[in-house]
Design a protein around this ligand. Structure first.
Ligand SMILES: Cc1cc2nc3c(=O)[nH]c(=O)nc-3n(C[C@H](O)[C@H](O)[C@H](O)COP(=O)(O)O)c2cc1C
Length: 355
């Protein structure tokens, strides 16, 4: 049976009115209080009002020490920040959508001065090969994380999860994608540790397991815990972060043993064949898990959304949701719609309010 984009779905007792969501999008609008600009928060509410079934916020930085990778990122660690997001989740719920808060530690994707205490930490002392487009300079070589760094990072995710729950989010997502810290542990491209956190896939997975286990203790059983994964990173974009379909599926099987509720797959293109096979990422992932799958990457009209849903349970859009406020209803009416490019998405980082 083919699932319809506009049929509801329930995960862990939480019902999504349709299978279309706003992908997590960092807007770099926050001031010193680490709270996004009002129009950036309003944007999320408008998407809920305009029929999105799921609304992610932006990647929330998990501490004041080493987690921040971009200027103007938000945090959810104090009461003022919780209060700001509470109003957003309340309105999203009023419009019948589900809200999920994504949490992020950038790891080696930081640069001098971006974090208040100026530390750059990662599983191994290896910088990305390419220069940082934000600074035009090489990324700094990170410090290899010791046990106390790992404990601090776990605490940052836990405190942020508590903040997200206090702010009324229906769910919490660990950003394990795009070459940021948790992804850096998972991939042998950035993790060359020789202790119990490096080497085999099981070892590289160990730190992520510890984060999931700690975070789950502060997320009530009736709320959602998701992970976002990808085979690519923002830096050194063309590198396949996992070496084969077998290695990817081994990782997905490890995630599937956790107390999580869905796996969100981030791709450049949902339909692209992966790991030299004739299957796309959702087909490869589906073979390895029974968990619900969210898929994102170049889904921009009814045809692509219907097709992407064949291998998944819910589709996410970044750029179409960003740039077209009535995208969901236009998908429903099967209107001819354009595929937006990254240049057009640059408006997300400007002070221009989005409709
Ligand atoms: C402005 C902007 C900010 C983004 N910020 C995040 C982020 O904070 N976390 C994340 O996981 N992905 C982020 N992404 C990636 C999107 O979630 C999505 O995976 C990507 O845009 C591809 O989907 P699309 O083809 O529908 O745009 C961002 C994308 C854009 C355009």
């Amino acid at each position: 049976m083919t699932t319809s984009l506009f049929s509801p779905m329930t995960i862990n007792g939480i019902t999504f009115k349709n299978r279309i969501g706003v992908a997590p999008m960092t807007r770099m609008s926050a001031g010193d209080n680490s709270i996004p600009r009002k129009d950036v928060l309003d944007f999320l509410v408008t998407r809920a009002k305009n029929d999105a079934g799921l609304v992610y916020n932006e990647a929330i930085v998990t501490d004041y020490a080493s987690a921040q990778g971009y200027p103007g990122q938000a945090r959810l660690l104090n009461q003022e920040q919780v209060n700001a997001w509470k109003q957003v989740t309340h309105k999203i719920r009023e419009y019948g959508a589900v809200s999920v808060c994504q949490a992020f530690h950038c790891g080696r994707m930081a640069y001098e001065g971006i974090n208040p205490v100026n530390r750059v930490i990662a599983p191994s002392s290896i910088a990305p090969k390419q220069d940082n487009p934000m600074t035009g300079k090489p990324y700094p070589v990170p410090e290899e994380m010791g046990q106390s760094d790992m404990d601090d990072v776990v605490a940052g995710f836990v405190e942020t999860a508590k903040g997200a729950m206090a702010a009324g989010f229906d769910g919490f997502e660990l950003h394990c994608a795009h070459g940021y810290l948790l992804n850096q542990f998972l991939s042998a491209y950035s993790n060359q540790r020789t202790d119990g956190y490096g080497g085999s896939m099981e070892n590289r997975y160990r730190f992520v397991h510890e984060v999931i286990a700690a975070v789950r203790t502060v997320i009530p059983q009736d709320r959602l815990l998701f992970v976002r994964v990808s085979n690519w990173g923002i830096a050194d974009m063309d590198v396949s972060l996992f070496e084969s379909k077998a290695e990817w599926q081994q990782m997905i099987q490890l995630f599937s043993q956790e107390s999580i509720n869905a796996i969100s797959l981030s791709t450049y293109d949902y339909s692209a064949k992966a790991f030299g096979t004739d299957q796309n990422m959702s087909q490869i992932t589906r073979e390895a898990t029974k968990l619900p799958i969210l898929i994102c990457g170049k889904i921009h009209d009814r045809t692509t959304a219907d097709e992407a849903l064949q291998g998944s349970d819910l589709v996410l859009s970044g750029k179409s949701m960003l740039l077209n406020p009535t995208w969901v209803s236009e998908v429903e009416s099967a209107k001819k719609l354009k595929l937006y490019g990254s240049d057009e998405a640059g408006i997300a980082y400007t002070p221009t309010p989005l409709p």
